[in-house]
Write a protein that binds this ligand. Structure first.
Ligand code: C2E
Ligand code: MG
Ligand code: MG
Ligand code: MG
Length: 291
C-alpha cells in the first residue's frame, strides 16, 4: 500500500522519474549482466507432423532466470533488448546455443529442423546473413535445417531492407517463416512478393477453432492458401486433441502447442526423440488371440 502511494506520488510530481522507467532501467542493467553470466538459457518446443505425430522440428525459446525475480517471461525482456540493442548479442547467444544442441540431435540420427526467432531489428542488419553462415559453419549444421522466424511487423518496419536481408539469408539455404501470421497488418501481397518458406498461423486463431466458427474459417482458408502457394504450414497454440483432429482435416499441417509438447530442456527433447526412434524400430506386439 505504501509502495503504491509512493508510486502515485512520484508519477504525480515527477513524471520524468516514472517508477516504470526506473524499473525498466534496472531490468535493462540486469539483462546486460545476464548476458555475460549464465542466466539466459534456451528451451525447445517440439513441432510435430500432425499425421504421424513425429517430431519434425523444435523452436528455440529464450528464458531468463533472474537471481531475485525468478523467471522473467520473454514478452517482458525482449522488447527491452530490442530497444537497447542487446537483442544482437542475445540472438547470437540463442542461435549458437541452439545450433549446438541441434548438431547433437542430428548426430543421433534425427533429421529435425531448428527454428530461431528474429527481431525486427535483425531485418535491417546487413551483417545478419554472414553471422548466420558463420554460426552454421561453427556447428557443422546444414543450412536447410535452420528456420528463422520473423514477424509481419518486423518486415513492415523497413520492407526494402528486410527483403534484402531475407533474400541473402535464403541464399545460404536457410528458411524463413512468418511468425504469428494473421496478427500483424502485412497481407496477401507479402505472401505473393516475399520469398518465404513457412507460415505459422497464430495461436489466437488456432486455439479456438473448436468453438469459434469464424476462427475455423480463417484457419481453414489460411492453411489452404499457404499450401497452395507451396509453403509449409505450422499451427501454433494447439491445446487439445480436438484441434489436432480438425487441423488434420485441413491438409498437411505441422503442429506446435502445449498439447503436443511444452517447451523443455534439451534433455527432454533428446529423450523424446529417442522414444520416437524406439517406437519406430520395435515391432508392435502381436495381439493375444485367446483370452
Ligand atoms: P513465439 O515465437 O510466437 O513463440 C510461441 C510462444 O507461445 C512461446 O511463448 C510458447 O511457449 C507459447 N506457446 C506454445 N504453445 C502454446 C500453447 O499451446 N498455448 C499457449 N497459451 N502458449 C503456447 P514464450 O516462450 O513465452 O515466448 C513468447 C514470445 O517471445 C515468442 O513468441 C517470441 O516472439 C518471443 N521470443 C521467445 N524467445 C525468443 C528469442 O530467442 N528471440 C526473440 N527475438 N524472441 C523470442
Ligand atoms: Mg516464434
Ligand atoms: Mg509465434
Ligand atoms: Mg506468438
Amino acid at each position: 500500500y505504501h509502495a503504491k502511494l509512493e508510486r502515485d506520488r512520484i508519477s504525480t510530481y515527477a513524471p520524468e522519474f516514472d517508477i516504470n522507467t526506473v524499473e525498466r532501467l534496472r531490468l535493462l542493467a540486469d539483462l546486460r549482466t545476464a548476458l555475460d553470466s549464465d542466466q539466459l538459457h534456451v528451451v525447445y518446443q517440439p513441432q510435430v507432423d500432425l499425421h504421424d505425430l513425429h517430431t519434425v522440428g523444435v523452436e528455440a525459446l529464450v528464458r531468463w532466470e533472474h537471481p531475485e525475480r525468478g523467471l522473467v517471461p520473454p514478452d517482458e525482456f525482449i522488447p527491452l533488448a530490442e530497444n537497447s540493442g542487446l537483442i544482437f548479442p542475445l540472438t547470437a547467444l540463442v542461435l549458437d546455443t541452439a545450433l549446438e544442441e541441434l548438431a547433437r540431435w542430428r548426430a543421433a540420427g534425427d533429421e529435425i529442423r531448428l527454428a530461431v526467432n528474429l527481431s525486427a531489428r535483425h531485418l535491417s542488419d546487413s551483417a545478419l546473413p554472414s553471422q548466420v553462415a558463420a554460426a552454421l559453419a561453427r556447428h557443422d549444421v546444414p543450412s536447410s535445417a535452420l528456420v528463422l522466424e520473423v514477424t509481419e511487423t518486423g518486415i513492415l518496419s523497413d520492407p526494402a531492407r528486410a527483403d534484402l536481408v531475407i533474400r541473402e539469408v535464403r541464399e545460404l539455404g536457410v528458411e524463413i517463416a512468418i511468425d504469428d501470421y494473421g496478427t500483424g497488418n502485412a497481407s496477401l501481397s507479402y505472401l505473393k512478393r516475399l520469398e518465404i518458406d513457412e507460415l505459422k498461423v497464430d495461436r489466437s486463431f488456432v486455439s479456438s477453432i473448436g468453438d469459434d466458427r469464424h476462427d475455423l474459417i480463417i484457419v481453414r482458408s489460411t492453411v489452404a492458401l499457404a499450401l497452395a502457394l507451396g509453403l509449409r504450414v505450422v499451427a501454433e497454440g494447439i491445446e487439445d486433441d480436438a484441434t489436432v483432429e480438425t487441423l488434420r482435416g485441413l491438409g498437411r499441417v505441422i503442429g506446435q502447442g502445449y498439447h503436443l509438447g511444452r517447451p523443455g530442456a534439451p534433455e527432454e527433447i533428446s529423450a523424446r526423440l529417442a522414444r520416437e526412434r524406439t517406437a519406430e524400430t520395435t515391432p508392435t506386439p502381436t495381439p493375444t488371440t485367446r483370452s
